[in-house]
Design a protein around this ligand. Structure first.
Ligand code: FCB
Length: 457
């Protein structure tokens, strides 16, 4: 059989989810409250007051859900562990019943030949830790490393791939600067303290996992594909430098290049005296990693315009920069569909940080899917999105970027944070009244992609 676009041998195909978005069972087996329980109960924060209390009820339905993954022939499954299940108040005793769930899930996955990829933190900080300062407090970084070690002790014999944080950009800037995510604070100085403590927590967790015997450790970022409105304009290039610094180099450089870039430190100093950066922190953050997870959905176009207001609270200090409104075809989130942005991003990471293998740990799209009368979910727009982005990944690989795997976001429709359940990212449809799962056309299409290790031309 001729194959149009074949991926490298051993390329990892899978799907991704996160604990708060799918598990439900918010009070089962000793789970403590997280900042998302609090935030979703705060009026006006989440669409229609939706919460993760029940979500996809995956906590109880995981055997069937793993069965669906096996039906789709997925080779890997990226999921996150809920810190407030494992250590309900963040610092006290480990709750074995919380770990039991992940123990069962991991066994189920392995029994079906699916490789578990663990994310240790996908935004659900124990509320008790937020009450003690959250990510603005240095202690949170140390508690995170302790929690990571506790999870490893239980699952390390069967889980080989560990990632520390999911998208610290969102945790810090959306959680502490714009406030559209939990815990909903709005102070740029807090956001920069959170960036630093998230990075420190990452570094300390890597050290703890490594010491315990883990071999394949990384982190997932959502680097922005920042592009100039006009590639010829010096002002636009300067805007790219600033936004790239705040969104990308502030994470990449401490993790992969030994420390914060001077221009980013200078930018942060407009809001804070940087007293939170202590001697030895940058060394801890730069602990060697084995893989970098890249989440990509949409590009960001910027231009230098003296009178532009900047990118809003999530982009502190970007006055004089115009963030162009999304153009062209959009997803249901209003996000611009541009696969070339992914190629450009991967090539950039491959060029500037060449030694770390990359995995696409999230990529996908929300559309207004409906189950038809015949039980079919005809999501041709999602298939087109995924097809285009897989081609973009393939192009980057052909140009020499070391991309080892692709995990679609998401396995199933779920709680889309501030958007609640109204945005559907799954390749499996979830009816939240009945908890019935239906494979969308994109799931059937993806099964073929996995079987072929690529796309037909
Ligand atoms: C990412 C998150 C993930 C999901 C997708 C759509 O930023 O990591 O949980 O919400 O966006």
């Amino acid at each position: 059989m001729t194959v149009g676009l074949e991926f490298p041998d051993g390329f990892v195909w899978g799907a991704a989810t996160a604990a708060y978005q799918i598990e439900g069972a918010a009070r089962d087996d000793g789970r403590g409250p997280s900042i998302w329980d609090t935030f979703s109960r705060t009026p006006g924060k989440v669409y229609a007051g939706h919460t993760g209390d029940v979500a996809c009820d995956h906590y109880h339905r995981y055997p069937d859900d793993v069965g669906l993954m096996a039906d789709l022939d997925l080779r890997a499954y990226r999921f996150s562990i809920s810190w407030p299940r494992v250590r309900p108040d963040g610092t006290g005793p480990v709750n074995p019943r919380g770990l039991d769930f992940y123990d069962r899930l991991v066994d189920e996955l392995i029994g079906r030949g699916i490789d578990p990829i663990v994310t240790l933190y996908h935004w659900d900080l124990p509320q008790t830790l937020e009450d003690r300062g959250g990510w603005t407090s240095r202690d949170t970084a140390y508690w995170f490393a302790e929690y990571a070690a506790a999870v490893y002790t239980r699952l390390g014999d069967r889980v080989s791939t560990w990632t520390t944080l999911n998208e610290p950009w969102c945790s810090a800037y959306l959680g502490y600067a714009s406030g559209v995510h939990a815990p909903g604070r709005q102070d740029p100085a807090d956001a920069f303290a959170a960036v630093h403590h998230l990075l420190l927590g990452h570094g300390l967790a890597v050290r703890a996992l490594r010491a315990a015997g883990a071999e394949n450790i990384g982190i997932t970022l959502n680097p922005a594909a920042v592009l100039p409105a006009d590639p010829e304009s010096a002002a636009d290039a300067e805007a790219v430098r600033v936004v790239d610094g705040l969104a990308n180099r502030i994470f990449f450089d401490p993790i992969l290049a030994g420390g914060y870039p001077p221009d980013v430190l200078e930018h942060m100093r407009r809001f804070t005296d940087l007293g939170f950066i202590q001697d030895g922190d940058e060394k801890a953050i730069a602990a060697a990693i084995d893989l970098l997870g890249v989440n990509y959905y949409s590009p960001t176009y910027v231009a230098g315009r003296p009178d532009a207001p900047g990118g809003g609270l999530a982009h502190p200090g970007t006055e004089g920069i115009l963030f162009l409104p999304p153009a062209g075809p959009l997803t249901e989130m209003g996000w611009q569909i541009e696969p070339a942005g992914l190629t450009a991003l991967l090539e950039r990471i491959g060029r500037d940080y060449p030694t770390t293998p990359l995995y696409i740990t999230e990529n996908g799209a929300a559309f207004d899917d409906k189950v038809g009368p015949d039980g079919q979910v005809a999501d041709a727009d999602r298939i087109a999105y995924l097809d285009g982005h897989l081609r973009a990944v393939h192009t980057a690989i052909q140009r020499g970027v070391d991309v080892r795997g692709y995990l679609v976001w998401s396995l199933m429709d779920n709680f889309e944070w501030a958007e609640g359940y109204r945005k559907r990212f799954g390749i499996i449809h979830v009816d939240y009244q009945t908890q019935r799962r239906t494979l969308k056309d994109s799931a059937l299409w993806y099964r073929e992609v996995v079987a072929r290790n690529g796309l037909t031309s």
